[in-house]
Design a protein around this ligand. Structure first.
Ligand SMILES: C[S@@+](CC[C@H](N)C(=O)[O-])C[C@H]1O[C@@H](n2cnc3c(N)ncnc32)[C@H](O)[C@@H]1O
Length: 201
């Protein structure tokens, strides 16, 4: 069986007991370097996840008689590997287990409800900013190409008033949360998610 397990934002405290149980009972753990490093107490086999996802599907299919757990950051179904793997593998052999998304984590840290939130991503793609900025509450997972500064520029270019909340290295010891006007957003943030609020609403 192939488990695809959300491991939360990073700190083990945000991992569910079910996720931990499935991980520890696995023959193989598959994940990115940072994700595998979080389970250095796992004694089975480990496989590094790289960008060649078709290779991974072939390997998973060949090994589905074993218990293989694929680690997904946050929640596997929020801009995670869960979407791809659930499309590529047979439903009978895959078990998807939700985790706490980095975005959910950030909203609790800042004490803001997620009601009516528009969730999207600039991770590996250019979002439609005209569409996004019609919403009063937006959260994005990002990457190093389109991150906080590029998002702030889109707001400034349109002459809009918004507040940006940048959650950096969430749940890790070096976590930082910044609440800024677009003009105050510079370069140089680590792993981050961005919330765009229209507080005039
Ligand atoms: C491929 S997406 C995965 C999102 C994940 N499925 C989730 O629910 O959080 C990767 C992006 O998630 C965000 N992310 C994941 N973990 C984070 C953390 N601990 N702190 C800040 N951002 C994080 C970053 O924007 C990162 O580039």
């Amino acid at each position: 069986v192939i488990n695809v397990v959300g491991i939360g934002p990073g700190d083990r405290g945000y991992l569910t007991p079910l996720a931990l149980e499935l991980i520890m009972q696995s023959d193989w753990l598959v994940g990115g370097e940072r994700q595998l490093a979080a389970f250095d107490d796992f004694v089975g086999n480990k496989r590094r996840l790289d960008s060649r996802l078709t290779d991974l599907v072939g390997w998973l299919t060949a090994n589905q008689h074993l218990t293989v757990t694929v680690l997904a950051s946050g929640d596997p179904m929020l801009y995670g590997i869960g979407k791809y793997l659930s499309g590529a593998l047979d439903d009978k052999n895959i078990r998807l287990v939700s985790g706490i998304s980095s975005i959910q984590y950030l909203f609790s840290r800042i004490g803001l409800d997620m009601n009516d939130l528009y969730l999207t991503s600039s991770h590996g793609k250019t979002p439609d900013f005209d569409f996004i900025l019609q919403h009063n509450k937006v959260a994005l997972v990002t990457d190093t190409v389109i991150g906080p500064r590029q998002i702030a520029e889109q707001i400034i270019q349109r002459g809009l008033r918004r507040t940006l909340i940048i959650g950096e290295n969430l749940s890790y010891a070096d976590e930082r949360i910044h609440i800024l006007a677009p003009a105050q957003v510079a370069d140089g943030y680590d792993l981050n998610v961005v919330v765009i609020l229209n507080e005039g609403q």
